[in-house]
Design a protein around this ligand. Structure first.
Ligand SMILES: [Zn+2]
Length: 244
């Protein structure tokens, strides 16, 4: 009997990946220039003195794109309803610390315009695909796009970069440009490896920050164990091999 030929059915349309965050290396990319987005800065600013620790940890490697700085200033000065009051407070605290500690503000330049436009379109397309009707995708994302465009420029000049963001879409788009991204939980893990905070406290800070900004649920640490350092004899190279 002749075998019936079957035509394979078309694959179901895939929803975009929610994020491209990788936990390793837990102790971070020690030589990379780190561009911080609003979410990670607000999350750190939720706990008194924590953003100062983050700024100290990255030192001169930390940059904030001017577009992100404008977003922070705007949020800090905005009139908000009660549901966004904590975010406004975090923005005001972040702005104060970034200015007081003279964190480098990296300007988006005319040379970045092409990459910025491409990245912005990618981010908006991802948001639109997820929302279904496009209502969420048509505006916003300028800060993430500007930060990624700055990273692309620095990489072209030979520098290593990393994007600090809680935005899953930004992590996906950033990965397509060869730029790794780390969210607030990863930043806390770096502080644990650097012995600036212990894992228990770090998990508490992560939980405390969730009211203003948190990464996609599937990438979040589930307990303090996920934020622990596997240091042995003062050396935490084992952390770099950690997966998930
Ligand atoms: Zn470690």
């Amino acid at each position: 009997m002749a075998r019936r030929r079957t035509i394979p059915s078309a694959p179901a349309p895939q929803s975009p990946r929610r994020h491209a965050f990788k936990a390793a290396p837990k102790r971070g990319f020690s030589a990379a220039v780190a561009f911080a987005d609003t979410g990670v800065l607000y999350a750190a600013a939720r706990t008194r003195f924590l953003l100062e620790k983050v700024i100290g940890h990255y030192g001169p490697r930390l940059r904030v794109c001017d577009v992100v700085m404008d977003e922070i200033s705007h949020r800090a000065a905005s009139t908000v309803d009660a549901s966004r009051q904590l975010e406004k407070n975090a923005a005001a605290d972040a702005k104060r610390d970034l200015e007081r500690l003279a964190v480098t503000v990296e300007p988006l330049t005319a040379a970045d315009a092409t990459v910025f436009d491409q990245v912005l379109a990618q981010l908006q397309a991802l948001a639109k695909a997820r929302s279904g009707d496009g209502t969420d995708g048509v505006k916003g994302h300028a800060g993430e796009a500007a930060s990624i465009a700055c990273c692309v420029r620095l990489v072209a000049a030979g520098d290593g970069t990393v994007l600090l963001t809680n935005d899953g879409d930004a992590s996906v788009v950033s990965e397509t440009r060869g730029i790794p991204s780390r969210h607030f939980g990863h930043v806390l893990n770096e502080l644990v490896c650097a012995e600036l905070i212990d894992a228990e406290a770090a998990f508490g800070r992560f939980t405390n920050a969730a009211v203003v900004s948190t990464p996609p649920a599937s990438s979040c640490p589930r307990s303090s164990t996920d934020l622990g350092c596997t240091k042995a004899s003062g050396i935490c190279t084992a952390c770099d091999a950690a997966t998930s």
